[in-house]
Design a protein around this ligand. Sequence first.
Ligand SMILES: [Zn+2]
Ligand SMILES: [Zn+2]
Length: 367
Amino acid sequence: MPVSKRDFYEVLGVARDAADKDIRAAYRKLARRYHPDVCDEPDAHERFQEIGEAYAVLSDAERRAHYDRFGHVGPGGVGFDMPTDIFDLFQSVVGGFGFGHERVASGSDLEHPLPISLEDVATGFSTEIAVGRFAHCEACGGEGAEPGSSREQCTTCRGLGRVRYRQSAMLLTFTQEAECPDCSGTGVRILNPCKACRGAGRARVTERVQVQVPPGVQDGQRIRYHGGGDAGPLGARAGDLYVAIRVRPHEVFVRRGSDLVCEVEVAFPQAALGDIIEVPGILKPHELTIPHGTQHGDALIVRGGGLPELRRPERRGDLHVLIRVAVPRRLNKAQRKALEQLAHAMDLDVRPQDSGLRSKISEVLGG
Ligand SMILES: [Zn+2]
Ligand SMILES: [Zn+2]
C-alpha cells in the first residue's frame, strides 16, 4: 500500500470527466495486466489493490462525487473504507482469465525473510532457500479421500463452499455470504479419509526454492511466488510464498534510493590545492578529482557510482562523496615549520599552543 495515496483518476489513467464506460474499460485493462496471478512484478499486488480501490470509488456515482469534492479523506477525516474484496471485484467486472480462479478455502500465504548485502543489490543475487510448507498429500493427490473411494458434494452448500443469507437493518436488506459451516468451505464431504493425511489432503514438507533477486531491489520489497505458500485443504488452491528482502546496513555506504553516500577524509593541503584520489565504490574503487578550494562538508559526485535501478538496471544512481577535511593531531618539526610559514604567508597572527596536556597544566598552575 503506498504511503500517500495516488489520485484515483491518475491510477486508472483517465480524465476527471471520463465516462463510466471509459473508467470500466481502463479498469479491465489494468486489472488484467496487474492481477498478481499473472503479473510477476514485485509490487503487482499493491498495484492491483490500488487499481481496484480506484475503480470501486469511481464506478459508483455517489462515491465518485464525494471523492471529487473531498479527495481521499472525507469530512471528519474518514477515508474511503473498502467494503469490496478486490479479487471479487475483479471476478465480477472482468470475469477471470478463463481458468478457474477459486478462492474458497485456499491455503495460507507464507513469508520468508532473506537478508542480503548492498553488494548483492548492486549485482543481483541468486540463492536457494528451504521453505517449510503444507503440500498436497501425494497419497490422495490432495483430495483427502482414500484412493479408490469417493468424495461427495456437501449438501448444505451444494458444493459451493459458501452460504448466502439475507439480513435486514434500517430499511435495507443485505445479502451476506459466509463459509459453509458443514464443510468448512471445501464444498465436499469425505466418507473414507486418506490414511496418509487423515483426510486433510495436505502434509508438511520442506522444499527448496530457487530465488532470483533482481539488481536494485529495495529493503522491505517482497518477491512473490505464485502457489508457493501452503497448499489449501482438500486440493484447494495454494497460497503464495513471499520472499521478503532485508538489505543489511553497510559499513561504508548509506543508500538513498539508487544513490549511495559515503564519507572520505582528505588532508587540508589536498582540499586547498586539489588532488586526484581513490574513493571506495560498491563493487570497485573510483577515481575522484578533488577541486582546489574544496570545503569540509562538500559533496562530490561520482556519476553512475550508485546502484542499478530496479527494472532498468542499465541506469545507475550516483555516488555522493562527503568530504571531511582532517586536521592533523600531531605534527613533526618540518610540518610544524611549514604550517607556521603558511600562517605567516596568510597574515595570520597565530599563537600556537602545545599539546592539550601542557596547556591544561599551565591552566592549573595559573599560567
Ligand atoms: Zn492424503
Ligand atoms: Zn458445504
